[in-house]
Write a protein that binds this ligand. Structure first.
Ligand SMILES: *Cc1c(COP(=O)(O)O)cnc(C)c1O
Length: 494
């Protein structure tokens, strides 16, 4: 199976090539030329398998230029070896009248690990398969969680370097500590004076700059991406939609073949897009509910067909969703229209004017798949408190946005199909906001907050977070957003 650009002006490539490049030469994103289909027997067979074995089956359908051995090797080392603190890797829990898909049992306690434990391994295999001799420099813009997960995945991986840009003051203290303490001979972490869109915009510009790429090439370096614009980031995420479904069938929550809905706390539209792929492959998914925080550009877009990033940017208690330009919408538009020149036009308008109109005709198409809503910080905190009081289950701030919107969806539509709330972070990553929601004292240094949350929840904090207390700060650099290129070049030549 080949991969083509959403903007239609690049040659088709293999999946290994798509993963190495990260972004297509015309600035578009790689998408598969066809979406593989599965049947009820395929779904049924998954129920008896481990997460790793489920992953092998699903990845094999998309990464057709990788051998079974290669995929097997990557998957075993990503999800095996005790790196996840739950044997199920991505367990489904029944909480009240929903199922919660917990995606934060990996080494950095956020769902990004699901993909970023695997991507470096897929990329290493791709380097071997394509005979690439240059060093690959992974550039990452992060709203908090991607940065650490990518650093953890790529640290000391041969023939790679990784550089992470995060918005100064735009991530939680725990997220910042996770990043600036990252060890490894091939890593760099830089604070950008700006917000996430500035950091992501800077990285995208660097990717689009062919003269700069040539300069890096002279230094023996090529760029790639670990953001969800990279196909290798997206494809591992398809797996957990299938895995959740298989677990629910196995537990008797649903009959094989019965539809379920998923509510996804959304930022860059990567997670929910993986759910869209799963649905197109034949997983019985009813609606994909897109949950946003106050930066509700996606709610408006899915309801009106009009995308407009010219609006105030809010810092919320769910910082990993504080995004106004959701990269993966581009892939969704491609699959809905099959029209790369249309997509190109919209993305050019987005880049120059910050807005585009996909047309009212699109609204119906969106609504076949998606429902969209949003929750502000107050509602989000009220949900955390309520779910704690009624279920004794502690939600993180992102998952609480999803929970709030899931409830609103049910109230408004009377859709009774089983609902899976996709849980994207451990509450301990956002101890301050969570404690505040629970009526506790949210002032103090991050580890005191961690301890008080442990007391309240009766659950111990993930080891990786607790260990940060004694970790040394290794990265103190910051830069203006106009100076990101210089920082990249200096690191590449190091
Ligand atoms: C990244 C992230 C999100 C948003 O996911 P997208 O794939 O960007 O839509 C939501 N919650 C948490 C905790 C995250 O880290």
């Amino acid at each position: 199976m080949n991969y083509v650009s959403t903007r239609g002006k690049s040659e088709p490539v293999s999946s290994a090539q798509a993963i190495l490049q990260g972004i297509a030469g015309d600035g578009g994103l790689f998408v598969p030329t066809e979406i593989p289909k599965v049947d009820a027997d395929f779904l049924k067979a998954l129920t008896g398998l481990s997460y790793a074995d489920r992953a092998k089956k699903i990845l094999g359908l998309f990464l057709t230029d990788y051998s079974d051995e290669e995929i097997g090797r990557c998957v075993e080392s990503a999800y095996g070896g005790g790196k996840f603190d739950d044997e199920a890797v991505a367990p489904v829990r029944s909480v009240g009248d929903v199922s919660v898909l917990e995606l934060w049992h990996g080494p950095t306690s956020a769902f990004k690990d699901m993909a970023l434990q695997l991507l470096p391994r897929l990329l290493s295999e791709a380097l071997k398969k394509t005979g690439e001799t240059k060093e690959t420099l992974i550039l990452v813009a992060t709203s908090g969680d991607t940065g650490k997960a990518a650093l953890a995945g790529f640290a000391d991986v041969p023939q790679t370097k990784i550089m992470v840009f995060y918005p100064e003051g735009g991530v939680s203290e725990m997220q910042r500590l996770q990043m600036v303490t990252q060890a490894g001979g091939n890593v760099s972490v830089v604070a950008v004076k700006g917000n996430f869109d500035d950091a992501q915009g800077g990285v995208k510009e660097i990717f689009g700059d062919t003269a700069f790429a040539a300069k890096l090439g002279e230094a023996g370096v090529r760029l790639s991406s670990a953001n969800s614009i990279n196909w290798g980031r997206l494809v591992p995420q398809i797996v957990y939609y299938f895995s959740a479904y298989a677990d629910m069938v196995k537990a008797g929550t649903i009959q094989n073949g019965a539809p379920v809905n998923f509510t996804v706390p959304t930022g860059n539209f990567g997670n929910i897009l993986a759910g869209f792929y799963a649905r197109q492959m034949g997983l019985p998914v009813g609606k994909l509910v897109c949950a946003s925080n106050r930066n509700n550009v996606l709610t408006d877009f899915l309801q009106t067909g009009y995308y407009d990033r010219n609006r105030d940017f809010f810092k919320t208690i769910s910082p990993s969703m504080d995004i106004l330009v959701s990269s993966n919408v581009e892939r969704m538009l491609y699959h809905m229209t099959g029209d790369p020149s249309g997509v190109r036009g919209w993305m050019e308008a987005l880049a120059t004017e910050g807005r585009y109109d996909a047309g009212v005709g699109m609204i119906q198409r969106f609504q076949n798949y998606f429902w969209a809503g949003w929750a502000d910080d107050e509602k989000t905190k009220a949900t955390i408190r309520e779910v704690y009081e009624t279920e004794h289950y502690v939600l993180d701030t992102h998952t609480a946005v999803a929970w709030t919107v899931a409830r609103e969806y049910r109230r408004r539509t009377h859709d009774e199909r089983p609902m899976v709330v996709v849980s994207t972070a451990s509450p301990y990553k956002f101890s301050g906001s969570v404690l505040e929601a629970l009526g506790g004292d949210a002032t103090g240094e991050p580890f005191a907050l961690l301890a008080s949350l442990e007391q309240k929840s009766g659950m111990t904090a993930p080891k990786g977070l607790a260990a940060l207390k004694d970790a040394q700060t290794l990265h103190e650099g910051s830069c203006e957003k106009e100076k990101m290129r210089d920082a990249v070049l200096a690191f590449a030549e190091k």
